[in-house]
Design a protein around this ligand. Sequence first.
Ligand SMILES: Nc1ncnc2c1ncn2[C@@H]1O[C@H](COP(=O)(O)OP(=O)(O)OP(=O)(O)O)[C@@H](O)[C@H]1O
Length: 273
Amino acid sequence: MIELINIRKSFGEKVILQDVSAKMEAGKTNLIIGASGSGKTVLMKCMVGLIKPDSGQILYNGKDFTAMDDMEKKPIRQEIGMLFQGSALFDSMTVEENVMFPLDMFARGNYKEKRKRMQECLDRVNLKDANKKYPAEISGGMKKRVGIARAIVLNPKYLFVDEPNSGLDPQTSLVIDKLIKDLTAEYNITTVVNTHDMNTVMESGDHIMYMHQGLKQWEGSNKDIIFAKDKKLNDFIFASEFFQDIKEMRQSEYFQDNKWRGGKQEGGNKTNS
Ligand SMILES: Nc1ncnc2c1ncn2[C@@H]1O[C@H](COP(=O)(O)OP(=O)(O)OP(=O)(O)O)[C@@H](O)[C@H]1O
């Protein structure tokens, strides 16, 4: 589990994150959603140690990451897998070389064992007959699969994914979302995903945190979103009349089938109005 406690970050006069507190749970796909510029990427960079918060704490399984020096952070960094926007593959390396790279850099074991692990990961993301191809020769969805294989090759406890669906068609996006969700549950990973994608929110949002202008505005699950009363969240998620209608339809389905959770009518924990 990753716990954020009162994270603040400013660049010069500009306040980017204001007292953000949240928990990212193990075995769950924890989504951070919000408009462009709301601070999602800065928050993710704080979590992985690429940006130092001005104040607040980030706890990895209870250990204060923010208070550690670089040497102390190293074991936690080795448990982190990352998939950045655009997959960030090495263009001059083949698919298998891209996945071998973290193993060559950080893993123990001989060449044969490393190759076995590389192949296991490519098989797990269903990437067939692509080992010897270069990134320029494969589709966007395949690149994401390679990126995911590379991110999980060292058996991470924590997985950070920034905009997994950028540049993908809706169907391929769903496949990638399912893959991330399945891997998260299978290996009990604490996964954090930044996204704008409404399909991802509705399909994968075990735990969703909505950021608005550097504040945690709302948090809850994809089920809670159907009942959420927070106006800013609703304006963001159900921006069009079409989506407003869908929300109302889903609400009535839940009431009819008595599927709604624990008698709650207003989902999630509204934190700011
Ligand atoms: N290194 C930096 N120096 C100064 N300002 C920065 C820096 N990094 C981010 N910002 C600013 O912080 C704000 C939040 O940026 P961030 O990238 O976190 O937004 P976001 O919610 O991830 O947006 P998007 O969905 O478009 O990626 C923006 O106004 C951005 O310009």
